[in-house]
Write a protein that binds this ligand. Structure first.
Ligand code: SF4
Length: 63
């Protein structure tokens, strides 16, 4: 799984970083991917964060 955040869309709400801090981190006013998901729990969390992002800024690509 490859996760990315479109910084031009992100509004910095912090939801993804709160849900999966191992993957997402707020830097400045936007979320950045600090590490790709490594565990099943992180993958599920990243997938759910992508679905829950209010501005659809998170992209998840299956390898
Ligand atoms: S949930 Fe979406 S809008 Fe909110 S911080 Fe994460 S990427 Fe940005």
């Amino acid at each position: 799984m490859m996760v990315s955040v479109d910084a031009s869309r992100c509004i910095g709400c912090g939801m993804c970083a709160a849900a999966v801090p191992a993957v997402f981190q707020i830097e400045g006013r936007v979320s950045v991917v600090q590490a790709q998901p490594r565990t099943a729990a992180e993958e599920t969390g990243a997938f759910n964060a992508a679905n829950g992002c209010p501005v659809n800024a998170i992209r998840v690509r299956k390898n």
